[in-house]
Design a protein around this ligand. Sequence first.
Ligand SMILES: [Zn+2]
Length: 250
Amino acid sequence: MEPLIANVLVFIFGMMLGSFLNVVIYRTPRNESIAFPSSHCTSCDTKLKWYHNIPIFSWLSLGGRCAFCKKSISKQYPIVEILTAFLWLGLFYKLGAVWYFPFVAASFTALLALTVIDIKYYAVPDSINFFALLMAVIQPDILKLEWSNPLVSAIFAAGGLWLLAKIIAVLMKKEAMGGADVIVAGTMAALLGFPGFFLALFLSAILAIIPSLFAKDTMVPFVPFLALATLIVYLFDTQTSTLLHWIMYG
Ligand SMILES: [Zn+2]
C-alpha cells in the first residue's frame, strides 16, 4: 500500500490530465493543435481564466455553464476528469511506484481518449492510437527477446489480427476490420501479454453484445469495449486468469 499522500497526488495529477484530455478529445478530430490557443469556450470563444480551468470544481461552481455566455458545458468535461483520475489511481494501486507506471497509465489514458472520440465521432485518430501503442511497449521486458517482450506481443497480436481480417475479407468479400482495430490489438497485447490478450478480446465481444441488444441498426463503436476489457483484465489479472482456467478446464 502506497502512502496516502502519493495516492492523493496521483489522483490530482489524473484529474489535471483529464482536463487536458478533454482538449485532445475536442481538437484532435477537428485537426486543431492541442497546444495552441489556450482553453476557450467552445460556444462564445472567450479565453478562459485560470480559475475556470480547475478540473471538476470549476464545472461544479459554474453550475455546468460558461462564465461568460452562460451556454451549458457538456457533462463530458467533469466525467472525463473523474474517469482519468480514477484510472490513474487504480493503476497506481495495482502497480505501485514502479518506473513504468507513467507509461502504462499514459497508454490507458490514450485508450480513454480513443473511447470518447469513437463514441462521439465514430473515429479513431491515428496519432492517439500510435501514442497508446508506443507507451504500452515501454515496460520491463522490452529488452528481453522472449514472449514476455511487449513489442513481440504487440507484433504477433496486430499481425495475427491483420492476417485474420485479410482472410475474412477475401472469404466474405467485404472488409471485416479497420486498420485502427489492428493497432489497438497491438496495444492490448503489449499491456496484457498472452493469454491475457485473448481473454480481453473475448471479454470485449461479450461486453459489446449488451448495447447492440438495445441499439439495433445503429453503428456500435468497438474501441470502447476493447479498452474497457483491457483495463478489467489488466487490473484483475489473477481473478480473470482463474476465470479463464475455470472456463477451459472446469
Ligand atoms: Zn462561453
